[in-house]
Design a binder for this molecule. Structure first.
Ligand code: GTP
Ligand code: MG
Length: 360
């Protein structure tokens, strides 16, 4: 982003140079020359003013992109075994084996395999969080695991999950669960899914189906392999260096530690001490914790982290942006808060004005 000038910004946004200079004047910035470089947070302020997404200002040119692990959400009908499956997957991680099990800590966890590969699972109550995030344009999930109980088959929330995934353009891997049950009928489930329009591999499509039992621990390795294969097909990559981009998956207030946000890193490196704007909130990062609750100094792509140090509680789907100073963070946060307020007062205006990020 270094070296962005008003001229360059004008090219990328399609707005005239005098108009951009006017905005700069309004936010109390004066520039001697339209060729003078401006910082990313000023560019973001301008972007916010003209209602475009800052991400579009970023250019990937010259950036080194490295493979990153997939971020996976588990969805499915009530009681089909989503929680059981996540618990079982969590315990397959080598980290869990070394530590004698990973206890519930964040709304997300990473399964690291002996091959060196890893998968990030979102642990949030599926549909609600997914919808909230999608509505806010946060494409945090790369793959959806659709859990269908082999003894119950396709049910209303199964269809809902399929429709969510399709709308978000996120590929599905099917886990037919409870295959240990005597009345399990995986073939029937497959037929149902096909008649719902899912192109299963077995029928010449590209959706993988794995038969599992969460409680008996059967098929978990196959499911993980299927997810890695899917992610390889998607060629998931991220920039490792540079300022962090992340999305909030859940947030809460802890009595002693204040507001805490669980976020999934999308790209770049997040560091303790960074000034961040998260949705309409801001803060200086006091501590970053990993999924084991261990304090870490930095975090990279696809990692779930818990961020401590925000002044308020952000929303699921909010984006995390790093800025250079407290002043900038406050200004951005205030600007966004007033945008939110404006939208509340005038529901007619485009919801774009409260959507701070979309992941294109
Ligand atoms: P909600 O969160 O309420 O939507 O349910 P869920 O999808 O998270 O299902 P959960 O994991 O709570 O499992 C529901 C019930 O099914 C529990 O009694 C589990 O023990 C049982 N169950 C889950 N997986 C399996 C399985 O593979 N085999 C058998 N036999 N039972 C299972
Ligand atoms: Mg559950």
């Amino acid at each position: 982003f270094e070296g962005m000038t008003i001229v360059e910004l004008s090219k990328r946004t399609g707005e005239t140079i005098p108009y951009l200079q006017q905005i700069l004047a309004n936010i109390g910035e004066s520039f001697d020359s339209e060729f003078e470089p401006i910082s990313i947070d000023i560019a973001e302020l301008i972007a916010m003013e003209i209602g475009i997404n800052i991400r579009r200002l970023h250019s990937d040119e010259g950036a080194i992109l490295l493979p990153r692990s997939p971020v996976v959400t588990v969805m499915g009908h009530v009681d089909h075994g989503k929680t059981s499956l996540l618990d079982a997957l969590r315990q397959t991680s080598i980290a869990a084996k070394e530590a004698g099990g990973i206890t519930q800590h964040l709304g997300a966890f990473v399964v690291s395999m002996s091959s060196g590969a890893s998968i990030t699972f979102l642990d949030t109550p599926g549909h609600a969080a997914f919808s909230a995030m999608r509505a806010r344009g946060a494409a945090v999930t790369d793959i959806v695991v659709l859990v269908v109980a082999a003894d119950d088959g396709v049910m209303p929330q199964t269809l809902e999950a399929i429709s969510h995934a399709k709308k978000a353009n996120v590929p599905i891997v099917v886990a037919i669960n409870k295959c240990d049950k005597p009345d399990a009928d995986p073939q029937k489930v497959k037929n149902q899914l096909v008649s719902e329009g899912l192109m299963l591999e077995e029928f010449g499509g590209d959706i993988q189906v794995i038969e599992v039992s969460a409680t008996k621990g059967i098929g978990l390795d196959l499911l993980e392999e299927a997810l890695l294969l899917q992610s390889e097909l998607m060629d998931l990559k991220a920039q490792i260096d540079g300022p962090a981009q992340a999305f909030v998956v859940e947030a809460r207030v802890d009595r002693g530690r204040g507001p805490l946000a669980t976020a999934i890193m999308k790209s770049g490196t997040l560091s303790s001490g960074n000034r961040i704007v998260v949705g309409a909130e801001w803060g200086k990062i006091r501590a970053i914790r990993d999924m084991m609750g261990k304090v870490i100094e930095t975090a990279g792509p696809s990692m779930p982290v818990e961020i401590e140090g925000l002044k308020g509680v952000p929303l699921a789907g909010d984006d995390v942006v790093v800025v250079h100073s407290d002043g900038r963070a406050k200004m951005l946060s205030a600007g966004r808060k007033s945008k939110v307020e404006e939208y509340r007062l005038n529901k007619k205006s485009s919801p774009k004005s409260v959507k701070f990020a979309d992941n294109d």
